[in-house]
Design a protein around this ligand. Structure first.
Ligand code: AGP
Length: 628
């Protein structure tokens, strides 16, 4: 967040950071522009910075450290960081400075082309002091400022800093919400956004920037939401918004009647609803920067060489709960695209069954938290057998990330609801990128095929937005089956893990009996349980075994079950077999779990709420399971 013109800049920033703590973070930092206050005496302004990497104690530690901050500061920036690029250390915490130390930046999002930009900037003599993608923007701004004509920003007319921000952003690809200060224009905050949200608040004699509404609540009623590719100049009591070309645009006022609790949940009733609606962003961010201009794919901390990965002759994937379901989808993708044999295991069973592992085996651990003890121990036992370890996790520097040979991060942001939603979708997407990467290395996929598949993946966030708009329709489907006690979830091929995930969501949230099955298995026993009143939820989008699934569904319908189907848009033939349908857009079969699972999240969510249950904190469950 950023503040200018406030009487107590330090107090306002720290208070704002505390109100953003609910999202979870690993480090925090603040920068103050010295000499801008009433006692500044007109001398040259300077920047004062403090940063702490103390996990959830970071803001409290920062509060202790700022007791030594300049008392006359009336402008500054603060940030709580959830690591994506670079470990959660003080050196990686924001704000980041340029080489001169006169400019500071805070940033949310991902700079997709940061490797290319940092190579260019290092070549030009810039010294980097962090592992973050954000720091490239500080140095780009330094370059851009040096090219701004002298005199800009020293009086009325365009601000030199805003001119530099617009110029620098024309080089940047990816997602950002950023705020910048420079000691040459000490009362000015410049903000800009693309994809990641940024809010502006104006008071009579001050101005505020924040990534989320809670930080600004109660400070002013004059709030504005910045749109994509807009730049805002905030001075005490005023704001000016332009597009990236410098043309003035009218700021969009934001009306907020929420209290702090509602604001933390983004206006939704609970974190789960908020996180379901954050899924397009989670998928978009997980895909950012993976495809380099030369056509190669980029993972995160790939400490395994191409030669080592080409040497792999077998893959095991381990995980628990929703992460295990993501592993199931990954098996289909890796076998199909990379032509490598894949075994999947529930992590708590893996190390007790004496699996055949050697140095040519790649063991992939999937864990949202990176701390689940079953998965951690499974990876450790594989490591002891000499296997290579790769982790897919949402938490940078988690135990699994630290101990593995390679890490692929999902960038879903912190997930607070106990039920996995956005992290599960991000896991599927990350694992499918990994499958493409292995296909590329092994030469089983052509560059054209990879580019085509990535195009289809990049369409997923917009398709997810469409599925989210249909949430109220699923609420009506839920009303129709609200009295039922027994649910079966059926799917085939990649629809099977979706069925398991749907059943898991229903069990954990609504405490209703729900079983997930591969539909072809039903006739080998479970069909005996089907009777009038049983609800059968089928994942009936057009994947490979659709026809066979339809025959299996006819069998349950003939026995009186109420049939609810996830179907593709416009598929009347499938819809005609159902008592109720949840349509989703079409995508390639291997990507369909990303869309198909969302109506099932909604179904579980609405059934739980209709039973008066707390969807964020279901009974008997913990978000991170650190016991065996
Ligand atoms: C799913 O909604 C649950 N939260 C649970 O099954 C979870 O996926 C499992 O405990 C694994 O957690 P992890 O991904 O953090 O390892």
């Amino acid at each position: 967040m950023g503040v200018t013109g406030a009487v107590d800049a330090v107090g306002v920033i720290l208070d704002g950071l505390r109100r953003l703590e609910y999202r979870g973070y690993d480090s925090a930092g603040i920068v103050l522009v010295e000499g801008t206050g009433s006692s500044g005496g007109g001398g040259p302004a300077r920047l004062w910075r403090a940063r702490q990497a103390g996990g959830t104690k970071s803001v409290a530690r920062l509060a202790e450290e700022v007791s030594g901050a300049p008392a006359d500061a009336t402008a500054g920036l603060g940030h709580v960081r959830w690591a994506t690029h670079g470990r959660p250390t003080a050196a990686n915490a924001h704000p980041h400075l340029d080489c001169t130390g006169r400019l500071a930046i805070v940033h949310n999002g991902i700079i997709e082309n940061h490797l290319e930009l940092s190579a260019e900037l290092r070549q030009a003599g810039h010294a980097f002091s962090s592992e973050t993608d954000t720091e490239v923007v500080a140095h780009l701004l330094e370059e851009a400022l040096a090219s701004v004509p002298p005199g800009s920003g020293s009086g009325p007319g365009p601000s030199a800093l805003a001119v530099a921000v617009r110029a620098a952003l024309s080089r940047v690809e990816g997602a950002f919400a950023l705020a910048v200060v420079h000691d040459g224009e000490p009362d000015l905050l410049v903000g800009a956004r693309r994809v990641s949200p940024l809010i502006v608040g104006i008071t009579e004699d001050g101005g505020l920037l924040a990534s989320d509404i809670p930080a600004l609540l109660g400070r002013t009623r004059h709030l504005y939401a910045l749109e994509d590719d807009q730049v805002v100049e905030v001075r005490p009591g005023s704001l000016q918004v332009t597009d990236l070309g410098g043309r003035p645009v009218e700021p969009r006022p934001l009306r907020v009647d929420w209290d702090l609790e509602a604001a933390e949940k983004g206006g939704y009733d609970d974190f789960m609803a908020k996180e379901i609606h954050e899924q397009p962003l989670a998928v978009r961010e997980t895909l950012l920067g993976r495809h380099l201009p030369d056509g190669s794919l980029m993972l995160d901390e790939m400490r395994l060489s191409g030669a080592e990965l080409r040497d792999v002759d077998k893959v095991f994937i381990v995980g628990c709960g929703s992460s295990y379901h993501a592993a199931m989808v990954a098996k289909y993708a890796i076998e199909h695209w990379a032509r490598l044999p894949v075994e999947i295991d529930i992590a708590s069973e893996f190390r007790y069954r004496d699996p055949v592992l050697d140095r040519r085996t790649l063991v992939i651990g999937i864990s949202q938290s990176g701390e689940t003890v079953d998965t951690l121990q499974a990876l450790r036992s594989a490591h002891r057998c000499g296997s290579k370890g790769l982790v897919v996790t949402n938490v940078v520097d988690s135990s699994m990330a630290r101990e593995s040979d390679a890490v692929l991060y999902t960038r879903a942001g912190p997930e607070i609801g106990v039920a996995s939603t956005k992290t599960h979708l991000a896991q599927i997407v990350a694992l499918e990128v990994l499958a493409l990467y292995l296909g590329q290395l092994r030469g089983t996929l052509s560059p054209d095929a990879i580019a085509e598949l990535l195009d289809a993946m990049r369409a997923l966030p917009d398709q997810l937005e469409e599925v989210l708009r249909r949430g109220p329709d699923v609420a009506r489907v839920a009303e129709g089956v609200a009295g039922a006690r027994d649910f079966f979830y059926l799917g085939r091929h990649v629809g099977y893990p979706v069925a398991l995930e749907g059943a898991l969501k229903l069990k954990e949230l609504s405490y209703l009996r729900a079983e997930g099955y591969p539909a072809g298995e039903l006739k080998h026993g479970p069909i005996a349980l089907i009777e009038p009143g049983t609800v059968v939820v089928g994942v009936a989008t057009r994947t490979r075994l659709w026809e066979k699934l339809m025959s299996n569904l006819a069998e349950v319908k003939a026995r009186g079950a109420t049939v609810v189907l996830v179907v593709n848009d416009g598929d009347e033939e499938t819809a005609a077999q159902a008592d109720a349908v949840c349509p989703v857009p079409r995508t390639r079969p291997l990507f369909s779990p990303v869309l198909d699972v969302v109506p099932l999240q909604f179904l579980a969510y609405h059934l739980a709420r209709s039973r008066g249950l707390d969807v964020d904190r279901p009974r008997n469950l913990a978000k991170v399971v650190t016991v065996e």
